[in-house]
Design a protein around this ligand. Structure first.
Ligand SMILES: Cc1cc2nc3c(=O)[nH]c(=O)nc-3n(C[C@H](O)[C@H](O)[C@H](O)COP(=O)(O)OP(=O)(O)OC[C@H]3O[C@@H](n4cnc5c(N)ncnc54)[C@H](O)[C@@H]3O)c2cc1C
Length: 489
């Protein structure tokens, strides 16, 4: 980054990259590394390991690097360029959010999607762009990682986490395998990364040949001519229904429990820096009130996604249609609903994700100690408990887990839950695009504070040992003796 080409002599992406390099240089970023090296029984110890290199993992890794915390690594189970949902199970055509969001840019204009896009296709194309095609968003994230030279290792899955004294042992397998020691661990594992798919009881035990979760790898070609049901009225339900219809499904029924489609995107509607910066400092009762209300009003699917379904004559929206039971019958499914029995060949459950990580083997060593909102942070005066919220982890101010029983697993204070499960404690700063930079900032401030405090003796020793003189002794003449002489006369 030191000797950068003059941005004015370049064009396109090369010019943008040179401008970004210059901006970073002017801002003295990345900051100089400052965390003392640590070893454990002669094994090198990482300062931070990040699990997940989707948008949140990349933003966190970038912020750490820019802050001078450089002995870090991010692992992602997915191959490079396939992290997150964008080109795998996201079945929308464009992002749901507006194109102008600055996402993971961390306050650097040249790191925004807009800068990346206009550098390649120009201002007119930017003005003509409606929403960002999802594949292009992935291309941008690939560039983001490349241009910042982030230390990401792909095809590496985290399979276990365990305390080792004041360190965390992270078991990995895949392209790299073994045990890595780290001082802090960031779980940027996405929506399904703590719990997994939320699967309703009525689907438990039903043969997977007849149904899939919306985030599964679904063979849509196999649905040609078939009777398909999709549960839910959210964005993913529409995206999956539309994909089935476009793959020539015989019919697609949207089975929607509510009497009315949710129509207003409440939380997005009140989005502001106040919400981003202030939500996590509100009293718990207020946090609960905001998210309980949002959960009860629900987020509508985007208009374009809904039209993508309703434009097909063989699509039906069945409202007030709760599912009572699902049985395998006559080579398909018999679905008992509040509107009567219905027969389908295949069902897609767009039922979201769960925060309940107690069944995940990789968290087995720490899960019993992790405090959730159900462990006392939610109190009866806030209203009835709500699944999905009650099981959310009760996090500290920097996304760190807390212990259910004080003293039972102190290392939890060094494991940071930087994913969607943090929403109830922190607001929406570690899942969606709009505020991920603010989330990364909050996270890294906490990690930096913790690392500095833990190494305070070393930093103090460095203070004592520092002996590079500013003054060489030849900058002044000591006149004190002559002054004394004059006073004595
Ligand atoms: C279909 C869909 C569409 C969305 N559209 C929008 C939108 O338009 N606008 C918006 O603001 N938000 C949207 N979101 C919400 C949010 O922006 C995305 O979920 C986004 O991907 C969140 O980024 P993330 O880094 O938290 O998770 P992800 O992008 O999911 O990344 C998590 C990564 O962690 C890795 N991982 C998980 N567990 C392990 C492990 N044990 N070991 C190693 N790696 C692991 C995964 O491989 C994955 O790459 C959408 C979400 C979905 C599901």
């Amino acid at each position: 980054m030191k000797h950068t080409p003059n941005p004015q002599t370049l064009t396109g992406l090369a010019a943008l990259e040179a401008q970004l390099a210059q901006d970073l240089n002017f801002l003295e970023l990345p900051a100089k590394p400052w965390v003392p090296e640590r070893r454990h029984e002669d094994i090198p110890v990482r300062d931070v390991v990040v699990i997940g290199a989707g948008m949140c993992g990349l933003a966190a890794t970038a912020k750490l690097v820019l802050t001078g915390i450089t002995n870090i690594v991010a692992y992602d189970a997915a191959p490079a360029g396939l992290e997150g949902p964008w080109v795998t199970f996201a079945r929308m055509q464009t992002l749901r959010s507006p194109k102008t969001l600055t996402g993971p840019a961390l306050g650097l204009a040249q790191l925004t999607f807009r800068a990346w896009f206009t550098a390649q296709w120009g201002v007119e194309a930017w003005q003509a762009l409606d929403k960002i095609p999802k594949n292009q968003w992935m291309d941008y994230l690939v560039w983001y990682r490349k241009v910042l030279a982030l230390p990401v290792r792909n095809n590496v899955r985290m399979t276990g986490v365990a305390p080792v004294g004041d360190l965390i042992a992270v078991d990995i397998e895949g392209a790299e395998a073994g045990r890595v020691l780290t001082r802090h661990l960031v779980l940027a594992t996405g929506r399904s990364g703590l719990g997994g798919f939320a699967v309703p009881d009525f689907l438990q035990g039903v043969d997977r040949a007849y149904w899939a979760h919306s985030a599964d790898d679904i063979d849509f070609d196999a649905l040609k001519g078939k009777r398909v049901a999709v549960i839910g009225a959210g964005a993913s339900s529409m995206d999956n229904a539309a994909t089935a219809l476009e793959a020539d499904a015989g019919s697609v029924d949207m089975l929607i429990r509510r009497k009315e489609m949710p129509r207003i995107n409440k939380l997005t509607g009140i989005g502001s820096q106040g919400v981003i910066l202030g939500m996590h400092n509100l009293p718990d009762a207020w946090k609960w009130k905001f998210f309980d209300y949002t959960a009860s009003t629900q987020t509508p699917p985007p208009r374009s996604s809904t039209l993508r379904v309703s434009r097909h004559a063989n699509a039906r929206f069945l409202l007030d249609c709760g599912i009572v039971a699902v049985k395998e019958d006559a080579g398909g499914l018999l679905v008992e609903t509040t509107q009567g029995p219905m027969r389908y060949d295949f069902l897609i459950a767009a039922t979201g994700f769960s925060n309940d990580f107690s069944d995940r083997p990789e968290f087995a060593a720490i899960a019993p100690y992790i405090r959730t909102w159900a462990d006392g942070r939610h109190t009866p005066d806030m209203g009835p408990p709500r699944q999905g919220m009650s099981e959310a982890p009760d996090l500290g101010p920097h996304f760190e887990f807390r212990e259910r029983v004080p003293g039972s697993c102190p290392i939890l204070a060094h494991i940071h839950c930087f994913n969607d499960a943090a929403m109830l404690t922190h607001g929406k700063v570690s899942g969606d695009i709009p505020a991920v930079s603010a989330g990364a900032d909050r996270l890294v401030r906490g990690i930096a504070t913790s690392l500095f405090a833990e190494d305070v003796e070393t930093h103090f020793a460095n203070l004592i040992a520092y002996d590079t003189p500013e003054l060489l002794g030849d900058e002044w003449v000591d006149s004190t003796p002559s002054l004394h002489r004059e006073a004595a006369l």
